[in-house]
Design a protein around this ligand. Sequence first.
Ligand SMILES: C[S@@+](CC[C@H](N)C(=O)[O-])C[C@H]1O[C@@H](n2cnc3c(N)ncnc32)[C@H](O)[C@@H]1O
Length: 540
Amino acid sequence: MSLTTFEQAKDVLSFCVKNKIYFSSFNCEVKPSSAGGIGVFAKSDIDANTVLLRVPKSAVFSASNSSIANLLVDEEIDGVLALTLAFLYEREVFGPKSNWYSYLQTIQLNWDQESLYLPPSFWPSNRKRLMEQTALGTLFHGLDNEGEILSAFSTAVEVSRKWHAEARLSPPSILQNDTSANSLRFVATVFTISSRAFEVDAFHETALVPVADLFNHHALHPDVRFESTYEVCTYCGEFGVCGHAEFDEEEANDAEIFHEGGIAQSRNLQWVAAPEFVKELEKEAAKQLKSSIKELIAKQISKTKPGSVSLSDLDPQECVDVVLMRGVEKHHEIFNSYGDLPNPLLLARYGFCVRDNPNDLVHLAPELKKLCFLKKLDLKPCFLWWIQDGFLLFQEASGEVSEADGGRSSFTESIESDSDAENEIETNSDQLSDEWQQELCLNSSADPSAALKAFLNLLGMKSAQRAKFFEDVERNSISAVNKWLISKPLGTQARKLLNVVVKKKRNSYNSLLRSLHGNSKILVLSELHIIEKLLTNDGK
Ligand SMILES: C[S@@+](CC[C@H](N)C(=O)[O-])C[C@H]1O[C@@H](n2cnc3c(N)ncnc32)[C@H](O)[C@@H]1O
């Protein structure tokens, strides 16, 4: 859990005052939340569309505006590794001299070996083993070892040695020795940082945004949205015309080569030269805008406390906003949404789970596979046909696949889609051969996915029906799959088989429960809840 204490939250608010961050203290207060740590609460009834927070982009903390920005560019380091390195240097090496120190030191890093805050992939093996059968292990691979982050640690140690030798910059403590204890502290730091970070814009990329990172997640009813203009100059972060707009296409291409492999976004220059007359017009418009803003500020000043900044002091194009999407009542905790994520992904990315998560699911592929290999049931031929041909025919018949998309589809994709970059459709054959497994799920209402229903209908056929079905497949495979597997409701025998596998899963979860606690327990209970729903519905 990445949590803030009440005292630390007060330091964040002082940072806001110093850095001209608008936080509607008339409407909101930060205080301990039942979700854990600190949350943001309504001090009065607040209307929809109210801007609760406006942070100038100059006050967000990113690799690009950190003290080591140039060094990171030279080493071609970007993404979360760049942000983590920037964070470690700013907080520990530049310390109180850094503008961000009073904010960054509120982010809790517990580096005691006993209480490290680690993602499930770095849990001790006995703790991992308990979660192997859950969707965290079987569907999302959240328990698999992550070598990449350890090689990022080696890179971090290496560059910090180089910067020490070349620029006499002391390395942060955890990068001074390449030990396994330090590598775990590094993993914990990356996890903490990434669980609080926002995608700000093409210049800052992933960044830490004071106060915006105090809103907790609500899976069902989030209240706010995060707003930021993404399209800015990738060199300087300016919105609109800037010095870099002078680049013509040729120069831009040169710059691209110069930065190749470095700042990833420099490959994506959207900036073209603006004609002179356009610039003049823009200057004139800016002057007029400034004078009207001044008038507005004058009006607002009477409403603001001395020393605090008002909303109209700040140009929204140069800020990130947190805006209320719907009206809330006094005392209500104001929630953000971190995405429509099931518990395994919340746990792997943010270190927590929520009860009754509407995005949760139960993954049944491992249990179904075992069932198919039971000799007495004679299901193996159906199973083999499904993984070789049936699943692809099912995708074609249900319109879930086109030749271009390599076959990745529906159920789990909709859940994972908010991290498209990481989960790009892969077309290699291993991925395809594994895909049939990803789709065999119950959703949070205990409804089987379309693929699960089709697969169960196949397994549930009596031998005479099965022979007829395969004859039909010989004649016209797509229409046979449609008629026998997709269009039919779940048959009686298919339902019986489903009950067998979910009961098996329920029994093994029930025997696990007494060894589980905290988020692991919430995750398993949430799956159990779905299973119970299915069995209760079936009993009716
Ligand atoms: C961006 S911070 C939110 C502020 C945090 N509560 C604090 O005290 O700093 C994200 C962290 O808050 C906690 N969190 C957020 N929403 C939660 C929820 N619905 N249930 C439990 N923990 C939550 C998790 O520890 C998560 O890693």
